[in-house]
Design a protein around this ligand. Structure first.
Ligand code: C2E
Ligand code: CA
Ligand code: CA
Length: 278
């Protein structure tokens, strides 16, 4: 029994070692990935639920490791946040997204902003505002073509966040709250912040048509959001029933596999051309 106990302990500790080895490996890979152009952005269109027109595009990072293959953002973004690598990586993401948006604008697609996910760590970087304004100028893109998606966790430090959000707003960028419904913030205090849009979290959207609780919740968020003059986006839409529910309840914008998965810039352009002739 004694031996067995020891083995169990060893197995457990090896396993922990395994996790930290994987993390160290991932961290090294991550550093190299940025230098070696292993990352790209994909783009998921957002549609006006009534007119069907494209009213936004969200940039989402994709990493194809030369040996390991595809590594999901949910795997490496948290690590990038932990190590601080998200700051340089985030700058790269913002620049590439804005350059892409500029290229689409030059091709005649004028009507929608590009949304970029920004993590708390980037937001708290003291040079963030300066970076955004300098980068937009470099790229030659007007600020109202850039939308920053922030999460509710930012609201934990409300005082500091309010200052930064106001500074960003004065640059002219759009601000949206991602994954709304998961925590900290209530709509009534978001109204004191310069927020343009709220995105209802996918887990809420998932169940709207099955059971009335989730449906009621989403309906309430839409009602209050619209009353407070926010644009309301539902994310993770997969079925026609969800579209019907959301449209009936006056949600304005939808995003999800039902319409399109995130696509390469090239493939997204097909959508943009189709949209133009509508
Ligand atoms: P998110 O910002 O909430 O992005 C939405 C995620 O849901 C994306 O996963 C998207 O591909 C996926 N999705 C969209 N529509 C549907 C649908 O109808 N069904 C299902 N099952 N999924 C759908 P992805 O690209 O794997 O990203 C996961 C998360 O990683 C993102 O969640 C975001 O928090 C983070 N992330 C992704 N790209 C970036 C980035 O460039 N910067 C930062 N800071 N975080 C990012
Ligand atoms: Ca997002
Ligand atoms: Ca989200």
């Amino acid at each position: 029994a004694k031996d067995r106990g020891k083995n169990t302990y060893q197995f457990y500790s090896n396993n922990l070692d395994g996790i930290s080895t994987w993390k160290m490996k991932l961290e090294n890979w991550l550093r190299r990935a940025m230098e070696q152009n292993q990352m790209t952005l994909h783009y998921q269109p957002q549609f006006h639920l009534v007119t069907g027109k494209i009213v936004g595009v969200e940039a989402l990072i994709r990493w194809n490791h030369p040996e390991y293959g595809y590594i999901a953002p949910s795997e490496f973004i948290p690590l990038a946040e932990e190590t601080g690598l998200i700051v340089p990586l985030g700058k790269w993401i913002l620049r590439v997204a804005c350059e892409q948006r500029k290229a689409w604008k030059d091709a005649g697609f004028n009507d929608f902003p590009i949304a970029v996910n920004v993590s708390v760590r980037q937001f708290q970087d003291e040079h963030f505002i300066q970076f955004i304004s300098g980068m937009l100028e470099d790229v030659g893109l007007e600020a109202n073509y850039l939308e920053l998606e922030i999460t509710e966790s930012l609201m934990q430090n409300l005082e500091n966040s309010t200052i930064i959000l106001n500074q960003l707003k004065s640059l002219g960028v759009l601000l949206s709250v991602d994954d709304f419904g998961t925590g900290y913030s209530s709509l009534s205090y978001l109204k004191h912040l310069p927020i343009d849009k709220i995105k209802i979290v996918k887990s809420f959207v998932d169940d709207i048509t099955n059971h009335s609780n989730q449906g009621m919740m989403v309906k309430t968020i839409i009602d209050m959001g619209v009353n407070l003059k926010f644009t309301v986006i539902a994310e993770g839409i997969e079925t026609e029933e969800q579209v019907t529910f959301l449209t009936r309840n006056a949600c304005q914008i939808g995003q999800g596999y039902y319409y399109s998965k995130p696509l390469s810039a090239e493939k997204l352009e097909n959508f943009l051309f189709e949209d133009k002739v509508k």
